[in-house]
Design a protein around this ligand. Structure first.
Ligand code: NAP
Length: 314
């Protein structure tokens, strides 16, 4: 990785969006440079079986799928670096990508930094994280075999987590701050029809209770009148949505009200010409590996067109 070489395209992020952008950019002869970030492989590396990514007759493990995407990107010529982009300067041309020890100039940029689970922000949540508090049922559900767990939230994620947890836990309580799920109808019906799942309406998590061995219960509050109650559980899964990873952009790219990067309709173009965004960092709706891969492909093709407009030749 030569510091003084101006790159054609830098890709930030190593989920399906980043690797797909790298595969397409490499095959277009753009010699892409991809920074993997803090969680190489992204959110799929904390998933077990993936059975909705086309091309796999049998379920494929998330980490294996991501290892294959990485190997494929490298095979077609992408340069992959295990480093974290700390900040960018998008006002200069070429753009400047800053790492802890160096700076890389680049003519175009693909942001594919994904999103991460949101937390409630109460101190006891962090205190018991990893000791009964989790944001990933597929990662940690296994530890709650024949125990009682809670899921916080009322969206598709919460329902998915609750349903998954019934494979392990003896009972799952779904705690929601309203009396109506935000989840899609089919997901809501499946969840409320599951005999192992009991909804608790009009409650928010006020405090995680525990001892030195981990979580023992929850203090819940009724948001309508502030009344509180305690329930006994062995674990709690927070499933209140996701937060896109955009801090390193430091306000240089337009975001929507939920913090996702705004892209032009039918495009991955952002508010800065030459900067493209793909995957969960710009998608609060679909959030699927295959849609992330699709937008990663779009971003590479659009970066290639942009470079051609700028007079890039192979
Ligand atoms: P979401 O749809 O934004 O739902 C978040 C849920 O958490 C809402 O029910 C919300 O309550 C609740 N919540 C938020 N902040 C809270 C707080 N501070 N305290 C208590 N509750 C809080 O997020 P998501 O479920 O992660 O889904 C995001 C997107 O991905 C959606 O478009 C979803 O359809 C999609 N998704 C799809 C699938 C699938 O199809 N298999 C799976 C997962 C996600 P309110 O309802 O009161 O706002």
């Amino acid at each position: 990785m030569l510091k003084d070489t101006i790159r054609n395209v830098v890709i930030v992020g190593s989920g399906p969006a980043g690797y797909t952008a790298a595969i397409y950019a490499a095959r277009a002869g753009l010699n892409p440079l991809l920074f993997e970030g803090l969680q190489p492989g992204g959110q799929l590396t904390i998933t077990t079986d993936v059975e909705n990514f086309p091309g796999f007759r049998e379920p494929v493990a998330g980490p294996e799928l991501m290892a294959n995407m990485r190997a494929q990107a490298e095979r077609v010529g992408a340069e992959i670096v295990s480093d974290v982009v700390e900040s960018v300067d998008l006002a200069s041309r070429p753009f400047v990508i800053r790492l802890s020890s160096t700076e890389i100039p680049t003519k175009s940029l693909v942001i594919a930094t994904g999103a991460e689970a949101r937390w409630l922000g109460i101190p006891s949540e962090q205190k018991y994280r990893g000791r009964g508090v989790s944001a990933c049922a597929t990662c940690d559900g296994f530890f709650f075999r024949n125990q009682k767990v809670a899921v916080i939230g009322g969206g598709d994620s919460a329902c998915e987590e609750a349903n998954y947890l019934t494979n392990h836990a003896s009972q799952v309580v779904l705690i929601h701050r309203r009396d109506q799920l935000r989840a899609s109808n089919i997901m809501a019906e499946r969840t409320l029809g599951n005999p192992k799942i009991r909804p608790i309406w009009f409650r928010v998590l006020d405090e995680v209770l525990g001892d030195d061995r981990g979580v023992t219960g929850l203090r819940l509050k009724d948001p309508r009148n502030g009344e509180s109650e305690q329930i006994q559980v062995d674990g709690v899964f927070i499933a209140i949505g996701h937060r896109p990873n955009t801090e390193f952009l430091d306000g240089q790219i337009e975001l929507d009200e939920k913090g996702y990067i705004v892209t032009a309709p039918d495009s991955t173009a952002t508010s800065v010409k030459g900067v493209f965004a793909a995957g969960d960092v710009q998608d609060s709706v679909f959030r699927q590996a295959v849609t992330a891969a699709g937008t990663g492909c779009m971003a590479a093709i659009e970066a290639s067109h942009f470079l051609e407009e700028q007079g890039h030749s192979h």
